[in-house]
Design a binder for this molecule. Structure first.
Ligand SMILES: [Zn+2]
Length: 243
């Protein structure tokens, strides 16, 4: 049978309509999750585990379920097309339409979850900044003189006492350390499009890594050395950036 036959046209119409429905169903599930997520985020303290778990649930209700539906429905479609003896050249493009919708869902979900994690990070950052006392005085262990301490340090630092010269080790507040994770959520938000491109083609990987680590280094200059090393490790490894 040829592609002008009403049977063929009816089948394709059904398939296209089905794919449109998949897209609206996806959007529906995501939209209805926005309010509850917002509420969840406003109740966060210093970590975002509950948001992570909620997103897993939303992903299985949207991306995973709908992806499976596309596969199952395509199997039936393909059988129908075979029944009316349509040449394979005319079958393939319809399969590709299903793959495109699937890809669209995965990408949309990445964008969505990255933005939710960044919202969670903004809430957590606010909570941390509210509880950390910037004016707390640190005293030298030898002479009890006042030490010049950077409260927003992310790792322990050695501070030389300006009064007696002895070296004190300063351990930052554990919550301040957590602030570092907040910045990786911001970096994810800032580079999500580059990351999606990289997933399609590794030739975009170097660009992504530079932008990602560049962002963190700019925000956390005190951690520059550490992140520059991570960036250089990535850029020099074909496993991450291709050849
Ligand atoms: Zn001292």
């Amino acid at each position: 049978m040829d592609t002008n036959s009403p049977e063929y046209k009816a089948l394709i119409e059904r398939w296209d309509g089905f794919l449109e429905k998949i897209k609206s169903r996806y959007t529906e599930v995501i939209d209805s999750s926005r309010e509850p997520l917002k509420e969840l985020i406003s109740g966060l303290e210093f970590d975002s585990i509950v948001v992570h778990n909620a997103l897993q649930g939303i992903k299985s209700q949207s991306v995973f379920q709908l992806d499976k539906k596309i596969d199952d429905t395509w199997e039936k479609m393909e059988a129908e097309l075979e029944k009316i003896d349509i040449n394979y050249d005319h079958v393939h493009p319809h399969r590709a339409k299903g793959e495109k919708v699937s890809r669209w869902m995965w990408d949309q979900f990445e964008r969505f979850s990255v933005s939710i994690f960044a919202d969670a990070a903004r809430q957590i950052e606010k909570n941390i900044r509210d509880v950390v006392d910037e004016d707390v005085i640190h005293n030298c262990i030898s002479c009890a003189g006042q030490l010049p301490v950077e409260v927003w340090a992310f790792q322990s630092v050695n501070v030389k006492c300006p009064n007696c010269g002895s070296v004190n080790t300063y351990e930052p507040d554990g919550r301040v350390r957590q602030l570092e994770g907040v910045y990786s959520a911001y970096a994810d938000e800032f580079t999500v499009e580059e990351r999606l491109l990289k997933e399609e083609d590794i030739k975009h990987a170097a660009n992504y890594f530079k932008k990602y680590y560049g962002f963190i280094i700019e925000k956390l200059p005190q951690r520059k050395e550490y992140y520059e090393r991570l960036l250089n490790d990535k850029l020099s490894n074909p496993q991450f950036v291709g050849k």
